[in-house]
Design a protein around this ligand. Structure first.
Ligand SMILES: Cc1cc2nc3c(=O)[nH]c(=O)nc-3n(C[C@H](O)[C@H](O)[C@H](O)COP(=O)(O)OP(=O)(O)OC[C@H]3O[C@@H](n4cnc5c(N)ncnc54)[C@H](O)[C@@H]3O)c2cc1C
Length: 416
């Protein structure tokens, strides 16, 4: 069923009783050319681009829960390509370009909203760092603008400019950044992949990876054994757990990150804003809730819930940026499990086990990467070689010293 204004009208006139499910509830077959473990944004996008770009449709996406139950449905929805390093900028810019055409491509309303992403800075050294970042973006053909305080006062008059402790000196704005409704991305890719013949299999947990003579040949699941010509892992926060089933130890730690939503307000925040004097970022959803977050909780965990000290820390950051937030009531908060890599950048690569491929290490920035990650992982699975845009995201870079340390913080997951 194609979605359009005409189908909407037709169904409305028919009493909305003839809508069909957005994708089939596929049962696992005995085997597939390619099996992808993890029905998050990255796994589903990979399956879609395998079918769409490479004509490979005998593909299954295996999800232990339901589509959208992982980080793809838990994140704070921010997309942007304001990166600094040459290994990162072209990849994230390609992702942003794919976001720009995604809804037409998938025939699905993902509420892509390019309302802008604004990074505030509060000191001379921070300004220098953002000028450098902006220059790097522009050299790569990415939009970036440096705003002074008068321009900021016009754009975001409600932030505390006169805070003596954290005076705002300016901001780096990427107008093409913004937000996308997170779970709609999973649903849109699932539906589009399904239409091309991919089996999206929910409630099917991978419990083991069968390796024969150094080659991955299939997965044991809660719904039986499934043979795989090639096996791709896109398990985000559970990457190290699943990779260990094939005897692999990944340079990844799992940490909790929380998200918060306030009660609905009238439109107040026009863009995504990040506070530079602490870790706090905020945007406003189309329903009116303020959506915000901050640092990871700071301890290893696979629990999808966080702790109170981090709630306090995030709210402190919000209050320092926008004191009027103190009057707003918090509606909901939740946690997701982050696959924190040792340099803060992802891995899209083959593994030492033949026919086993890895997509992981997205830390808390993987939502914006979803289209490009799927694009490049599909290329890797189809062609057996890295896509040029993901050439820096090799698994052996940690051993070889070719890290992609965007923040320059060293191998400390809690600081990336
Ligand atoms: C609170 C929070 C805020 C965030 N904010 C942003 C943001 O604003 N912008 C941004 O770019 N990124 C953000 N992120 C990060 C982003 O959400 C993730 O990096 C990205 O979603 C990870 O990729 P994914 O969608 O494929 O992951 P997931 O949706 O987690 O998909 C992985 C899937 O694998 C499944 N799985 C795991 N183990 C198994 C198994 N054994 N068998 C079968 N299936 C299995 C899981 O159930 C899960 O559904 C945020 C994350 C969180 C938690």
């Amino acid at each position: 069923m194609r979605y359009s204004i005409f189908s909407l009208l037709g169904h409305a006139l028919a009493g909305n009783r003839r809508w069909t499910p957005a994708w089939r509830d596929a049962a696992p077959k005995a085997g597939y050319d390619i099996v992808i473990v993890g029905g998050g944004g990255h796994g589903l996008a990979t399956a879609y681009y395998l079918a769409r770009m490479h004509g490979i449709t005998n593909v299954a996406v295996i999800e232990k829960g339901w589509i959208g139950s992982g980080n793809v449905g838990r994140n704070t929805t921010i997309i942007r390509s304001n990166y600094l390093l040459p290994g990162n900028v072209p990849f994230y810019e390609w992702s942003l370009k794919l976001w720009e055409g995604l809804e037409q491509e998938l025939n699905y309303n993902a509420m892509v909203s390019q309302r802008g992403t604004l990074n505030l800075f509060h000191s001379d050294s921070q300004r220098d760092a953002f000028v450098r970042r902006g220059n790097s973006m522009r050299l790569h053909g990415v939009d970036a603008e440096l705003l002074d305080v008068p321009a900021l006062r016009r754009l975001v008059p409600f932030v505390d400019f006169d805070n003596a402790r954290f005076p705002i000196r300016g901001g780096l704005l990427q107008r093409r950044g913004g937000t996308v409704r997170h779970d709609a991305v999973a649903w849109g890719y699932a539906r589009a992949a399904d239409r091309l013949g991919v089996d999206v299999i929910q409630n099917c947990e991978v419990t083991g990876i069968r390796v024969e003579r150094g080659r991955a040949v299939g997965v044991e699941t809660s719904r039986g054994y499934i043979a795989a010509g090639k096996l791709g892992l896109a398990c985000a926060g559970n990457s190290s757990r699943v990779a260990s089933m094939a005897g692999l130890r990944l340079p990844i730690e799992s940490h909790v990150l929380q998200a918060f939503v306030s009660e609905a307000l009238k439109p107040v925040i026009p863009c995504v804003i990040t506070f530079g004097a602490g870790h706090f970022y905020v945007s406003q959803s189309d329903k009116g809730g303020l959506v915000f977050g901050g640092d990871i909780d700071g301890y290893n965990s696979y629990a999808q819930r966080g702790n109170l000290p981090t709630v306090e820390d995030v709210c402190e950051g919000g209050m320092a940026l926008m004191p009027s937030l103190g009057r707003v009531r918090l509606l909901r908060s939740w946690g997701g499990v982050m696959d924190m890599s040792m340099d803060g950048s992802p891995i899209i690569d083959r593994t030492p086990v033949d026919q086993l491929y890895l997509n992981a290490g997205w830390c808390y920035g993987g939502f914006k990467a979803t289209p490009a990650s799927g694009w490049c992982f599909a290329h890797l699975l189809a062609k057996d070689g890295p896509h040029p845009l993901a050439a820096a995201y090799r698994l052996d870079r940690f051993a070889a010293g070719r890290v992609v340390d965007e923040k320059g913080q060293g191998p400390h997951p809690n600081r990336h």
